[in-house]
Design a protein around this ligand. Structure first.
Ligand code: IMP
Length: 428
């Protein structure tokens, strides 16, 4: 059984925790897109682990963890993460494989990311060099992990890139160029340090499937940040939807058996761009504090809003979701009334579908349905029946509106604060 986990909203849905739970029954856990712009948090016995590149499955002994060709790798960040995990007693060695075809983030990618974001429209990127690295990949001048193992090839490619990028840095942005003298030897060193982990991911995964092993694909970011299907241009530069799992690993679509969408019980996003159900400042602050809505990568405060069923329905279709995992339900505890956005209104017309045009989206007003809230804490509930009846109703309504069954509910950061449910998409 091969399972893909994708984010339904704008990332930060709590995928790390869901992956951690599903990893128990998987053999291989694979990251397939994005880079260290992601921050997947897992709490084990009160200890917090934040993963940026390595699949969170690494916490499970005996599992193979893979970084696919679709990921962009900052070697320094990856080596730091390996060290950090080892310092906490986690084994990282033969259990980690990084695609030798993965593109490498170089210093000029990070510099350009910040300069370009400051100059043009401000998307509020994470500044990790993700976009510029994918630009080079598509422009066919990128440097891949395998290039770092071949000094002559790396020299040629790096020189050519530095010629172009340094011209831009000096003459367009009027900043210091990136120095050859420090970059070349440093990245050769990174190559030496990362070579033991490098491998051919597609071959390895096909071998694993041949041995009937089960694969678990860990999506980063979320559907609304997908380069094609998200709220462009306020998106990340990779395919965060399910198709990215195939492109970013070499596993064909027919091999994907189960697609799980992770969705927060409300909505958040970091950075700029439309968020139709965004709260006014006073309510925003309440959610931010309760839900600890601060970015795991940059620490930036997240913008919060009501659950948007239009977004979730759109994501369900784009990804072909089989199941939903709902996270952070406990953050809604104690609210007298709750709202779910069921459609948008634009110039008097009611829209049930997510508009492709960002300008139209900016003008959309949410149409809400109100539901009763619940008073009691849900954070120690262990089954569907243990939930307050209004919480059960809230979940049933989500399943119905999104038209996907809910199979998992999470009510806190600890591993034990989650339970399996069967909430059908059609009202019982
Ligand atoms: P980039 O991925 O750094 O290029 O940033 C582009 C947009 O995606 C910005 O709005 C970021 O805040 C957002 N973004 C990137 N990665 C994540 C993530 O893991 N969670 C939430 N938002 C993200």
């Amino acid at each position: 059984m091969n399972t893909v986990v994708v984010g339904v909203q704008w990332g930060d849905e709590g995928k790390g925790k869901i992956i951690d739970l599903l990893a128990e029954t998987a053999d291989v856990i694979i990251r397939y897109q994005g880079g260290n712009n992601a921050g997947h948090t897992v709490v084990v016995d009160g200890e917090e682990f934040i993963f940026h590149l390595i699949p969170s499955g690494i916490l499970h002994p005996g599992k193979l963890c893979v970084i696919g060709n679709g990921v962009v790798v900052d070697p320094a960040a990856l080596l730091d993460e390996i060290e950090h995990l080892r310092a906490k007693g986690v084994t990282v060695g033969d259990n980690l494989v990084v695609s030798d075809q993965a593109h490498v983030i170089l210093p000029y990618h990070k510099v350009l990311d910040k300069l370009q974001d400051a100059r043009s429209g401000r998307l509020g990127t994470t500044g990790r060099g993700i976009g510029p690295c994918y630009v080079d990949k598509m422009a066919r001048c990128g440097i891949r992990l395998a290039d770092l193992f071949d000094p002559a090839s790396f020299e040629r490619k790096l020189r050519s890139n530095l010629d172009e990028k340094n011209w831009l840095l000096q003459h367009f942005y009027h900043v210091e160029p990136v120095a050859w003298e420090t970059t070349y030897p440093r990245y050769l060193d990174y190559g030496r340090l990362l070579k033991p982990y490098a491998g051919s991911v597609a071959t390895l995964l096909h071998e694993a499937m041949g041995q009937q092993q089960s694969l678990l694909f860990e999506g980063a970011q979320g559907t609304m940040l997908d380069i094609d299907h998200g709220t462009y241009p306020y998106v990340t530069s990779s395919s965060a939807t399910v198709g990215g799992a195939c492109i970013g690993t070499g596993v064909p679509p027919k091999q994907l058996d189960r697609i799980i969408g992770v969705v927060k019980a409300y909505t958040t996003r970091v950075g700029e761009g439309p968020l139709p159900t965004e709260f006014p400042p006073d309510r925003m602050e309440v959610f931010r504090q309760r839900g600890k809505e601060f970015g795991a990568t940059t620490g930036r405060p997240r913008r919060c809003g009501w659950f948007d069923a239009v977004v979730a329905r759109h994501a369900a279709r784009l990804n072909g979701l089989d199941e939903l995992a709902v996270t952070k339900l406990d953050v809604l505890d104690g609210m007298a009334r709750l709202k779910i956005c069921v459609a948008y209104r634009i110039h008097g017309t009611i829209l049930h579908e997510f508009p492709a045009d960002i300008e139209a989206l900016n003008r959309c007003e949410p149409i809400y349905e109100e539901l009763d809230g619940w008073r009691d804490s849900t954070s120690h509930v262990t089954s569907y029946d243990g939930l307050p009846s209004a919480a059960r109703q809230y979940l049933r309504r989500i399943a119905e509106l999104v038209n996907v069954p809910i199979t998992l509910v999470s009510i806190g950061v600890q591993r034990r604060q989650a339970f399996r449910v069967t909430i059908n998409a059609h009202a019982a």
